[in-house]
Design a protein around this ligand. Structure first.
Ligand code: NDP
Length: 245
């Protein structure tokens, strides 16, 4: 195999289910070896790999908590040791713990902010360092419409996702000259386990397309942003939300 034809790697955090699983599948379809990460759902991650392999792709599952600095440091270092051509990172792992702000326990604030923002720091920093020598790479983070409009009961989630957009813009400007693009996708309401307790009827009334989105509809946009078709796109946030604004 020549250097040029060597398979590249895409890391998808939280790729075990939901939107992350759909993104992992798209990354495999784009030709990457896919590192599917998860926190505790090893079986779900294996299911994602199974789906990838059924389509002729390949990947591996790696379990670690993105919010835990030491765990993430060790796990990402091991991934980077095994794969020298990491071309794509999708920061998708995230949680929501909703509560009105004045009643929100500190642990719920910390858990949501740390998963999204500390997770970005813990994973994107070492991966970007590894991308720099190759002068090629794409990072996409999954924010939310909640970062752009204030949702009741989501102060922690909105703060974390808005922070992710700010951090991505800064980092995009730092690495743009090094051939690395950094973008954000902000989904609206997407059919996954995360929205099981969301007030779907109320939210649907705010969606011009009057329906909930599918994980694949987010994944295809992520695939575009990670591909050379988006070669002049960096520092942007692309909403995938059926027309909500
Ligand atoms: P799910 O709850 O279905 O999946 C979340 C994924 O993230 C799982 O793979 C989970 O792994 C992983 N994860 C969560 N916390 C951690 C952690 N600390 N460390 C490592 N992995 C972790 O979520 P969705 O697919 O719905 O959401 C994916 C992303 O999209 C999230 O960032 C979410 O905020 C965002 N989003 C979702 C929307 C929606 O309507 N669904 C709308 C807008 C944005 P495990 O199962 O092992 O815990």
């Amino acid at each position: 195999m020549t250097e040029e034809s060597k398979q590249t790697t895409a890391i998808v955090t939280g790729g075990s289910r939901g939107i992350g699983r759909a993104i992992a599948l798209e990354m495999a379809r784009a030709g990457h070896f896919v590192v599917v990460t998860y926190r505790s759902g090893a079986e779900a991650a294996e299911k994602t790999l199974d789906l990838i392999r059924r389509e002729g792709g390949n990947g591996e599952a790696v379990g670690f908590d993105v919010a835990d600095s030491q765990q993430a440091k060790d796990a990402v270092a091991a991934i980077l040791d095994r794969h020298d051509a990491v071309e794509v990172l999708v920061n998708n792992a995230g949680i929501a713990i909703d509560q009105l702000f004045i009643m929100m326990p500190e642990r719920d604030w910390d858990a949501v902010v740390n998963t999204t923002l500390k997770g970005f720091y813990n994973v994107a920093k070492p991966v970007l360092k590894a991308m720099i020598p190759r002068k090629r790479g794409a990072v996409v983070s999954i924010a939310s419409v909640a970062a752009l409009v204030g949702n009741r009961g989501q102060a922690n989630y909105s703060a974390a996702k808005a922070g992710l957009i700010g951090a991505s813009r800064s980092v995009a400007s730092e690495v743009a000259r090094l051939g690395i693009r950094v973008n954000v996708v902000a989904p609206g309401l997407i059919e996954t386990e995360m929205i099981q307790e969301a007030p779907i009827r109320d939210i649907k009334a705010r969606i011009p397309m009057a329906r909930i989105g599918k994980p694949e509809e987010v994944a295809r946009v992520v695939r575009f942003l990670c591909s050379d078709d988006a070669s002049y796109v960096t520092g942007q946030t692309l909403s995938v939300n059926g027309g909500m604004f």
